[in-house]
Design a protein around this ligand. Structure first.
Ligand SMILES: O=C(O)CCC(=O)C(=O)O
Ligand SMILES: [Fe+2]
Length: 353
C-alpha cells in the first residue's frame, strides 16, 4: 500500500520552462509538417511508430524547435538540475481531442498527430526513444489513463496514490528519461505528479545509510504492467530483479534506483536504510498538477517520481497523459532488439539479457 503523504504543490518554478504563444506556434508548424507526411508507406504497424524512417524525420524536424526550448532540453540532458526534473508548459497538442480512452489505449496515434510528433521531437533532444514489448504492447508513445477496476493498482492505470519509484528499475535497460505529456488534467485537478531528487535527499541521510544503500542488497519486483494483457512471454508478474544497490556512482551526485512499493531489502539494515531514504525523499518532494500541453521530464537516474490520488469519473473526460521514454545510448540494449527497432523484447527468464 502507498505510504507517503502528498507533497505540497510547488517548488517546481525554478525547473519550469514556458513556451511563449509565438514559440508554441512555431513548434506547432514544425510538428504539423512532419505529421502531415505520416504514416510512411510500408509501416509494419502504424500504432507502434517503431520505424527508423519516421523517427529520423521527427529527429531532423526537431532541429527547428524553438531555440530556447532546445537549449533547455540540451542543458537538462547534459547537466541535469537540482530536482532531476524539467517541466515544459504550453507545448502544442491537438485541438480536437477524442474522449479519454476507457481501456487505456488510444485508437491510433494518427488521431493525435501533433501531440505525438511534438513529444517524440522533444524526446529526440534527450536521447533515443525506447520501449518494452512486455509493457503497453511495446508502444513508443503510451497512453496513461485511469482504468475502471484498476483503481487500487500500483500502476499508472490506478488512481490511488502511486508510490515513488524509479521507472522500470528492475530492467537492465531502463529509461534514462521519462516524459509525460498531459492531454487532459483530472476533473478536480488533484493529481500531483511528484518527484524527489537524490542530490537534495542526500544531505539528510546518515553515513551508515548511504553505505548500506550502496550495497547490492535490494531487489525490485517486476511491475505488474510488465505481465498484463498484451505482454510477451517474459518473466512476468512475481519475478524479481537481480540484487541491486540503490545508490551507485559519484559520492556527491550518485545515481538512484528505488521503488518504495516494489523494492525488497535483503536484511533488516537494508530495510532501515530504505525507510531513511523514503523519509528524506518526502522532505524534498516537489509536485505539480499537469495541464493540457504540459510535459514533465524526469531524469530516471537522478529522481524518483509518483503521483497523488485522484477521482476518475469514467466519462470520457478523465485525466490523460502520454508517456515516452529515452535512453542515452540505444546500442546498449542491442541484444534485446531486432535491428532498426526501438522496442526491447521481453526479458529472458533469469531477468538479464
Ligand atoms: O500519472 C502520473 O502522473 C505518473 C505516472 C507514472 O509514474 C508513469 O506513467 O510512469
Ligand atoms: Fe512511473
Amino acid at each position: 500500500m502507498p505510504t507517503h503523504r502528498p507533497p505540497v504543490a510547488g517548488g517546481v518554478e525554478e525547473v519550469t520552462f514556458t513556451l511563449t504563444a509565438q514559440e508554441r506556434d512555431q513548434f506547432r508548424k514544425v510538428a504539423a509538417e512532419v505529421a502531415d507526411g505520416l504514416p510512411h508507406p510500408g509501416l509494419a504497424d502504424p500504432a507502434l511508430l517503431d520505424d527508423p524512417g519516421v523517427l529520423a524525420d521527427i529527429e531532423i524536424a526537431a532541429r527547428w524547435l524553438p531555440p530556447r526550448l532546445a537549449r533547455e532540453l540540451s542543458r537538462f540532458r547534459t547537466r541535469g538540475n537540482a530536482h532531476g526534473t524539467l517541466i515544459v508548459r504550453n507545448l502544442p497538442v491537438d485541438d480536437d481531442l477524442p474522449p479519454t480512452p476507457a481501456d487505456g489505449v488510444a485508437p491510433d496515434w494518427a488521431r493525435l498527430p501533433l501531440a505525438t510528433v511534438a513529444q517524440l521531437a522533444t524526446v529526440s533532444w534527450l536521447g533515443d526513444v525506447i520501449a518494452y514489448a512486455d509493457e503497453k504492447s511495446g508502444r513508443l508513445v503510451q497512453d496513461i489513463v485511469p482504468v475502471r477496476g484498476a483503481e487500487r493498482r500500483q500502476e499508472n492505470s490506478g488512481s490511488v496514490m502511486l508510490e515513488l519509484h524509479t521507472e522500470d528499475g528492475f530492467h537492465p535497460f531502463k529509461p534514462d528519461f521519462v516524459t509525460l505529456l498531459c492531454l487532459r488534467a483530472d476533473h478536480e485537478r488533484r493529481a500531483l505528479t511528484s518527484t524527489g531528487a537524490i542530490t537534495r535527499a542526500l544531505p539528510r541521510l546518515s553515513a551508515g545509510c548511504v553505505a548500506t544503500l550502496r550495497r547490492p542488497s535490494f531487489r525490485i519486483r517486476h511491475s505488474s504492467s510488465f505481465s498484463g494483457a498484451g505482454a510477451g512471454a517474459g518473466v512476468g508478474e512475481g519475478a524479481v530483479s537481480m540484487p541491486l544497490p540503490v545508490l551507485s556512482g559519484p559520492d556527491t551526485e550518485p545515481e538512484l534506483t528505488a521503488d518504495f512499493h516494489a523494492m525488497e531489502a535483503d536484511d533488516e539494515t537494508a530495510a532501515r536504510a530504505l525507510d531513511e531514504l523514503r523519509d528524506a525523499m518526502l522532505a524534498v518532494l516537489v509536485g505539480t498538477v499537469l495541464d493540457a500541453g504540459d510535459l514533465i521530464v524526469v531524469d530516471n537516474r537522478a529522481a524518483v517520481h509518483g503521483r497523488t490520488g485522484f477521482r476518475p469519473r469514467y466519462d470520457g473526460q478523465d485525466r490523460w497523459l502520454r508517456r515516452c521514454f529515452a535512453v542515452a545510448d540505444l546500442r546498449r540494449s542491442r541484444g534485446l532488439r531486432t535491428s532498426g527497432s526501438h522496442v526491447c523484447a521481453p526479458l529472458p527468464a533469469e531477468g538479464r539479457p
